[in-house]
Write a protein that binds this ligand. Sequence first.
Ligand SMILES: [Zn+2]
Length: 404
Amino acid sequence: MKKIVLIVMDGLGDRPSKVLGNKTPLQVSYRPTMNRMARAGITGLMFPISQGVRSGSDTSHLSILGYDTLKVYSGRGPFEAMGLGMEVRKGDVAFRGNFATRDNEGRISDRRAGRISESTEDLCEAITMNVDGYQFTVKPGVEHRAALVVHGEGLSANLTDSDPHESGLPPEEVRGIADDDEKTARVINKYLSLTREILDNHPFNLERVREGKLPANEFLIRGAGKAPDLEDFNVKYSMKGACVVGIPMITGICKLAGMDPIAAEGVTGRADSDYESKIRAAVNSLDRYDFVLVNVKGTDVAGHDSDPILKRDVIERADRAYRQLLTDDLDVVVAITGDHSTPVSYGDHSGDPLPILIYAEGNRVDGSSLFDEVSCARGSLRINSADLMQYLLNVSDRAEKYGA
Ligand SMILES: [Zn+2]
């Protein structure tokens, strides 16, 4: 049985860029290591979730790890919260939130409280509290944004928003969608009414009013969701799983799956992350783990920034780091792909399929010679992300026989 290293280059897939002579950043990059693996292995295209789906990083990573997003993904709240580094445990309910301005008539006059530029850390701390045995924790995001995690027994996530979604209306009562969701709705409404009093009298807001700014005196919540109750990765695949990831949301997903996060020096979710260190940490963990997921975020960052040169440079730095996977004493299955495409010309996630390569000594070779979007379209593999784990189990001689 071989061990498996799965490298997810976030937002890897791209479309032709004019400034790159109508080639993709991957096509123009110097990538001898990935090309060598492509020659010694097989390549093809992977569809994130399924054909044409514009998936988020959360849904596509869940799918890559073999979890059915239609069953386990209930809302953005928990993933936003994990993205802010918050702990979301099984059974917790999480919301996306934003600080807004409520006028004297109790109506929302600005849903973003004037797009606050100051840190709302103090406000978040002031409305982090326990209500009737339920713990409410709030962490700030960018500008007026924040996330709320509710921890306690028997919570439901089938809840409406308090956010009226337009100004001029009062905040809404949170309601349960079915009868047995009412208990959760009641404690959340009690919490929200307590936050109003705290926010109205908070020095941060009193100061804003004195300065003629809009107070952040209402905390609007939306997108309730429960942390998915994922089947334990280690049991599901009979492999001990780890991850080397620089972004809290993906680390959060791996932790929910029961995988262990491995820390590595210099690893961040930015484009300047230290890939040598990341791959070294992954290789070193193989004495304790059977499977390591590595996320390279820089490719997605460059895609969102619409920067083809940065994307090419990230790919080249990552490729150099991958050399560590080609040493003779390391007999592993290496899979390299993305979670979704983030074309620099589009600046956001698209539903374009991803190039994928699978390299394992002694496995089939399909005559592929290069690793990029166009060359991989001539490779032999066509796969949905949901089937990737099964495929990897087979090439690592770990798959269980189906039938006699
Ligand atoms: Zn992503």
